[in-house]
Design a protein around this ligand. Structure first.
Ligand code: HAM
Length: 422
């Protein structure tokens, strides 16, 4: 037997409903926010991620699925959606559309991480990227979109943590302060941190090694180093959030693990998923478009981890509904299978989902199967039905039967469905 690769998961027929339920809700919220779907390829040139996410980040330096294709190009399976969407924005000159441009996506993403509950090597994200968005009102719109997306999934008890990591100017001063702080503690830190110290001291803040984490917890916080403009942006966003009623907490420890962020960064976290408690992360990235060849463009976005969101929905008892078939046609004898298939075909063409027995099982076994398929109605077809042209449609939820013509099953079921929905 060939097994599934480590860190990946099949979505089985018994579970796919949960994904469809979640995706459907999320697409509806996206439409409410006037966001349009964007689809980009599963793989990109490696250089895109190196330049945008940054080569000192864990994602780029340790976790990317990178390979050389047959043409000798370095290709990487996308570890996230922001950089590919930005590449597409620049390449397709989307700035010529009216801005702000609001996009959303539902994608698979790939990171070579140590798998555990809520952490996979292939995972999925629902995300949004907004272009032409320098105003803090768009930070608010983006955060509200994320918040409403979580609420549409029925999730509760998720906390919003907000921070600002300033612009390149604030970060110069901050990096000096960080270097001074870490310099005295560097010999206690891991080899990766020692290497990163000289090149990108900010990344020492996301090291997962316990001792490094302890040291990082006492480091200076960037909020104390913001320039006047970044501070004003942050304060305006806080005042807008206060009015919006979305509960939040400013947390100087949120720095995000990707280099492209500027100013606003945020995470929605839960305590119900253990170590993988960040369900959604995002922020502003005003320098990214320019760094990959476009014009300076204010941008803000977020991505939600679909596996984490669905795990939490399961934990919180969200009702995903049930898959089922409207009508199951039971055949009293094997020579009636052809007739049953014709009935089923007519029902399907009339917009009623239907199925019938094709394997020659007993009536009892067919009833059992119909029940397992969550059939709403069954119709038994035997010699007397085909002779008289009259059938009984039985509703399985309460056993109620309605008699109708063999060609009138669709209308009868539709009436009953309508009646049931009242
Ligand atoms: P991220 O924080 O790296 O941000 O990922 C966003 C979310 O994806 C996480 O909060 C988590 O729920 C989920 N996630 C990440 N890695 C894994 C994994 N290995 N297994 C399962 N779920 C995972 C980004 O990706 C940014 N592109 C978000 C963004 C969009 N910022 C601006 N626009």
């Amino acid at each position: 037997m060939i097994n599934i690769p480590k860190g990946t998961k099949d979505v089985l027929p018994s579970d796919s409903r949960k994904w469809q339920y979640a995706e459907d809700k999320l697409r509806k919220v996206a439409a409410l926010y006037n966001a349009r779907e964007i689809r980009t390829p599963t793989f990109e040139h490696t250089e895109l991620f190196v330049r945008s996410i940054g080569d000192e980040t864990d994602v780029v330096s340790k976790e990317m699925y990178t390979f050389e294709d047959k043409g000798g190009r370095s290709i990487t399976l996308r570890p996230e959606g922001t950089a590919p969407v930005a590449r597409s924005y620049v390449e397709n000159a989307l700035e010529s559309m009216s801005l702000p441009l609001k996009t959303y996506y539902i994608i698979s993403a790939f990171r070579y991480e140590r798998p555990q509950a809520g952490r996979l090597r292939e995972f999925h994200q629902f995300g949004s990227e907004i272009y032409g968005a320098s105003s803090p009102y768009l930070d608010l719109d983006c955060i509200t979109f994320a918040y409403d997306a979580l609420r549409a999934l029925g999730l509760k008890g998720i906390k919003l943590k907000l921070n600002s990591i300033g612009c390149a100017n604030c970060r110069k001063k901050y990096t000096e302060a960080l270097r001074a702080y870490f310099a005295e503690r560097l010999d206690e830190m891991c080899p990766t941190c020692r290497e990163r110290y000289g090149r990108n001291a900010l990344r020492l803040l996301d090291c997962k090694v316990p001792r490094c984490k302890e040291i990082a917890a006492g480091a200076p916080v960037i909020l104390d180093y913001l320039c006047d403009d970044c501070r004003a942006h942050h304060e305006k966003l806080c005042s807008l959030l206060d009015c919006s009623g979305i509960p939040y907490e400013v947390d100087g420890g949120i720095v995000r693990g990707l280099d492209y962020y500027t100013r606003t960064v945020f995470e929605f976290v839960t305590e119900e998923l253990g170590a993988q408690g960040t369900v959604l992360g995002g922020g502003r990235y005003d320098d990214l478009v320019e760094s990959i060849g476009g014009k300076p463009t204010g941008c803000v976005g977020f991505a939600m981890g679909m596996e984490r969101a669905i795990m939490l929905m399961e934990k919180q008892g969200v009702d995903f509904g049930k898959d089922g078939v409207d009508v199951f046609v039971i055949s009293q004898s094997p020579d009636l299978v052809g007739t049953c298939m014709e009935i089923v075909s007519d029902l399907r063409h009339a917009g009623i989902s239907a199925d019938t027995e094709m394997t020659g099982r007993s009536m009892k076994a067919q009833f059992k199967y119909a029940d397992k398929q969550n059939a709403a109605y069954v119709v038994v077809i035997g010699g007397s039905e085909t002779e008289s042209g009259q059938v009984k449609v039985k509703r399985l939820s309460d056993g109620k039967e309605v008699e109708c013509g063999i060609n009138g099953i669709a209308a009868c079921v539709k009436e009953n469905i309508q009646w049931q929905n009242l």
